[in-house]
Design a binder for this molecule. Structure first.
Ligand code: ADP
Length: 627
């Protein structure tokens, strides 16, 4: 037997490991299974190049819990180690790695800046074990070795009688980590970190009932057999070529990834690139609707089929973090902090690649089956809008497939829309005016009025639409967006209006004075001679002010700094309406006030502006009037 001292400068490295990585103790299992997987794949490689002359067989990795003995066993059938190799790889490589790690991350490791604490390796075993044993037999014809270490830098190394090839790691679980002796805990960890690792992982057995033979007698009792319980899928969809996969394969992989998701994804994007960086993966567009709530099933990041994290911030462009799926890349540096990640050139390339792939896929979907694309529009638009606002590259590409739906569910691209409205929707500066509604119900009367005039009205109802409109207008598109209830709409609606005013200038002056006496200050009164059938009172809002207010509310652009902008409205009064004449001719001041207030309330009501106390008073007053 050899005993010795591991050559580390830190007197006792293990308390440090525990301390720095306290929150992530559970990753020990991932690290040890990764080592077993590496050892198995290395053996496969050596056999394939003729270096190792042994049978590969069907190697698996087995996890066993010995609750009474307070031990966890991790057993692989990989290439194993000779005593010399244990000396070299465990005592030197593994522990120099530990030291280096601690040195580098003494400060940052605490704030968990390092992604998934990846690459901790063998010594992460000491986060949960007070003593670790290795029983290992190399594929080479050499005696097996047994290494023990109790967490101090002293170790022992002696021959042992293990006859099967491979390595068994035995963890003597420390008192503060006994939770890891629970089957359910280990199962949870395997499911989280190892679900798609390339070598089958066995955890316990499962009983399977054999089918009844054809000639079985009446009282036949079905036979059962014990099978290895393999917890992982070693060949997940993203490791395959897109040509090998059907639509159904993609969907079933989605369910495998998110067993609690019952809704199918809308479509998927298979990522597959090996130059200038390596990346595979499948992204899914889920049904999103227009709510931007944080999803719990997030994109998962893997490295060579080993789960790392589901926080892909900095790797995947922000607007795509609403998608689901996996990305797997060995080229994403994981031993750096998030901010380090953002500065990394390779990561930036990866992020740009993903953006481009998503844009290309959307364009292809649009071109291949426009009707289907339109059907999905409501569920995908929010991601696209967000992408157009946050990524200029995406904005440029999105022109080809971004759609503008009308209130009647016709979908236009921007080019098509321009073509459609160029005849009769220009303002006095010659700009094309895009009329839109934000809410079909709330703006119903305005939409109807605009439609009667033959205008196209879009339905743009996302919470961030004001930001996007602002961007599109500023982009030299020659377009001016105007919401149907906005004051700017007058430019349009009045254009073809040659209606003559029934009231004289003096009468108008008198009407305005009466109105202003009863109307709150937030409204500016505007008299218009319209069709006598048009609504007598119409409330409009200045487009610019309303949009700015919306933008400051939906966040994103703190730069506007207009958190508390005042409400401003225009009250447009149709001087040709009977009501206008009525108000003007009413001698009794109290009655006149009644008329004005009731009319204003009705106008407010039609725009969803009448709320709370004012609404209650209005309803009460109206009942009084008809009783
Ligand atoms: P890394 O895996 O990053 O090299 P580790 O500290 O995990 O670092 O392991 C150090 C070395 O020990 C490995 O490179 C490998 O040579 C050896 N090793 C660890 N686990 C096993 C195993 N299960 N089978 C064979 N060799 C192993």
């Amino acid at each position: 037997m050899t005993t010795g001292k591991i050559n580390v400068s830190v007197e006792n490295i293990f308390p440090l490991i525990k301390k720095f990585l306290y929150s992530d103790h559970e990753i020990f299992l991932r690290e040890l299974i990764s080592n077993g997987t590496d050892a198995t794949l290395k053996l496969k490689h050596l056999i394939s190049i003729g270096e190792a002359k042994v049978e590969y067989g069907n190697p698996i990795i087995e996890i066993k819990i010995d609750k009474e003995g307070k031990k966890i066993h991790i057993i692989d059938q990989g290439l194993g180690m000779t005593a010399d190799e244990v000396e070299k790889y465990i005592n030197q490589v593994a522990f120099s790695g530990a030291e280096e790690f601690l040195d580098k991350y003494k400060d940052s490791a605490k704030d968990s800046g390092i992604i998934g604490h990846f690459g901790l390796g063998f010594y992460s075993a000491f986060m949960v074990a007070e003593k670790v044993e290795i029983f290992t037999k190399s594929y080479k014809d050499e005696p097996a070795a047994h290494w023990t270490c109790d967490g101090s830098p002293e170790f022992t190394l002696e021959p042992t009688d293990k006859t099967t090839r491979g390595t068994e790691i035995v963890l003597h679980i420390a008192e503060d980590s006994l939770e890891f002796l629970e089957d359910s805990k280990i199962y949870e960890l395997l499911n989280k970190y190892n679900k798609f690792m390339p070598i089958p992982i066995k955890f316990g057995t499962k009983t399977e009932t054999l089918p009844k033979p054809e000639d079985a007698p009446e009282d036949y009792i079905n036979e059962t057999i014990e099978l290895d319980n393999i917890i992982n899928n070693p060949n997940p969809a993203w490791t395959k070529q897109p040509t090998e996969l059907s639509d159904e394969d993609y969907k079933s992989f989605y369910r495998e990834l998110y067993p609690m998701q019952f809704e199918d994804p809308l479509f998927n994007i298979h990522l597959n690139v090996d130059y200038p960086f390596n990346l595979t993966g499948i992204l899914y567009f889920p049904k999103l609707g227009s709510d931007m709530q944080i999803q719990k099933d997030k994109i998962q990041l893997y490295q060579n089929q080993v789960y790392v994290t589901d926080n892909v911030e900095g790797i995947v462009p922000e607007f795509l973090t609403m998608l689901k799926g996996v990305i797997d890349s060995p080229d994403i540096p994981l031993n750096v902090s998030r901010s380090g990640l953002q500065a990394d050139g390779a990561v930036k390339k990866i992020s740009n690649y993903i953006t481009r792939k998503v844009a290309d896929k959307l364009k292809a979907l649009f071109n291949e089956n426009r009707a289907d694309f339109e059907e999905k529009w409501n569920d995908i638009k929010i991601v696209l809008e967000y992408g157009m606002l946050s990524e200029d590259k995406f904005y440029e590409k999105a022109g080809a497939f971004f759609l503008y739906p009308t209130v009647d569910n016709t979908y236009f691209t921007l080019e098509e829309l321009k073509e459609k409205i160029k005849e009769n929707q220009t303002d006095k500066d010659g700009k094309l005016v895009v009329l839109y509604a934000g809410n079909k119900d709330a703006q119903h009367s305005y939409i109807e009025t605009a439609k009667e005039k033959g205008y196209e009205v879009l339905l743009l109802d996302s919470p961030i639409i004001s930001h996007l409109i602002q961007k599109i207008e500023g982009d030299n598109t020659g377009l001016s967006f105007v919401r149907v209830d906005s004051d700017h709409i007058d430019n349009l609606i009045k254009k073809d209006e040659n209606t003559i005013s029934k009231l004289s200038d003096e009468e108008k002056e008198a009407l305005k004075t009466s109105l202003e006496a009863y109307i709150p200050k937030a409204y500016s009164v505007q008299l218009e001679a319209m069709d006598s059938q048009a609504a007598p009172f119409i409330i409009t809002q200045p487009e610019f002010m309303r949009r700015m207010k919306e933008m400051s509310q939906s966040g994103g652009s703190g730069m506007f700094g207009m958190g508390n902008m005042p409400e401003m409205y225009n009250l447009v009064v149709n001087t040709n309406s009977e009501l206008a004449t009525n108000i003007l001719n009413t001698e009794d001041k109290t009655h006149q006030e009644h008329l004005v207030k009731q009319a204003l309330d009705l106008a407010k009501l039609s725009q969803n502006l009448l709320k709370g106390e004012a609404l209650t008073a209005f309803v009460k007053r109206s009942f009084e009037m008809i009783k």
